[in-house]
Design a protein around this ligand. Structure first.
Ligand SMILES: O=C(O)CCC(=O)C(=O)O
Length: 272
């Protein structure tokens, strides 16, 4: 396959390798993050936390679905009623999610992968509805809103077991190393790669485990061919000082992009 073109904002990118001492990850996970762009944190969340997270998301996701139904073609940007919903900025609405975003687990991950000063950058639930046949196409998270530094952290937290039948992620190991790639916009989302190619690998992840990957790791998710909703909650963290390149805006909205770590010390989230 032809080498992908770089994003026009991406000049002179060099991968910043993570190194210890670590608080929560092991050497093998660090190596995987550096070489492949991702790792799995197994059994990181207990059942009660997952149930609490699902319950906190439910009313907002339902409202979003209802709103989509009232839109032309039941769509808004890349969301589709009875297909795929994106419910963003839930930390502004649900105390349980605010707590989760700043829990020691994620603060420790931020220390190991970004540190010493880190903010929550983005949060959203992504629900794939039963028998939704469309994939979510290959992209890098920094291909949506280009921020600098390009290298930030995505935690893909399945709330239901995710596998190839219901739309688990697929990854391109090593695809993070050249920085942000050129993307083009389609009806299904921004796209940096049209075909899987031989290196594409499915990443089934069970509820309770977390798929941790770089904002630069190309990934896609498959269709949901089952009769159940595939549920995931995504938390992204960026170094304090990160900015949106096109506007220069700092990623520090006080109500949702609060500090998680300051001088390597965990910061409790501001109250709702
Ligand atoms: O969870 C999904 O199906 C896709 C979500 C995703 O890749 C993203 O929000 O960047």
């Amino acid at each position: 396959m032809k080498e992908a073109e770089l994003h026009p904002h991406n000049h002179g990118f060099r991968w910043h390798a993570i190194s210890g001492p670590f608080r929560i990850i092991g050497e093998a996970q660090a190596r995987s993050f550096n070489e492949r762009g991702y790792f799995v944190l197994e059994n990181a969340l207990d059942r009660a936390t997952i149930e609490r997270t699902i319950d906190a998301i439910a009313p907002w996701e339902a409202k979003g679905e209802e709103l989509l139904r009232s839109q032309p073609n039941k769509r808004a940007f890349i969301a589709e009623a009875d297909g795929i919903t994106f419910t963003a900025h839930l930390v502004k609405r649900a105390a349980a999610l605010r707590e989760l975003s700043a829990a020691p687990l994620f603060a420790d991950l931020c220390h190991d992968v970004i540190g010493p000063d880190v903010r929550l950058y983005w949060d959203q639930a992504v629900y794939k509805k039963p028998e939704y046949p469309k994939p979510f196409p290959w992209h890098q998270d920094n291909g949506y809103t280009y921020i600098e530094p390009q290298q930030y952290l995505t935690c893909w937290i399945p709330l239901t077991d995710a596998d190839q039948k219901n739309g688990c992620p697929w990854v391109i190991p090593g695809g993070h190393l050249r920085g942000t790639l050129k993307h083009h916009l389609t009806e299904l989302g921004w796209v940096c790669r049209d075909e899987d190619g031989p290196e594409a690998a499915p990443m089934p992840v069970r509820a309770g485990s977390v798929l941790v990957f770089s904002s630069l790791m190309p990934h896609r998710t498959g269709p949901n061919l089952t009769r159940e909703v595939r549920k995931t909650y995504i938390l992204q963290y960026a170094p304090d000082g990160a900015r949106v390149v096109e506007t220069g805006a700092p990623c520090d909205a006080p109500d949702r992009q609060y500090l998680i770590l300051k001088d390597d010390t965990r910061v409790p989230p501001p109250p709702l």
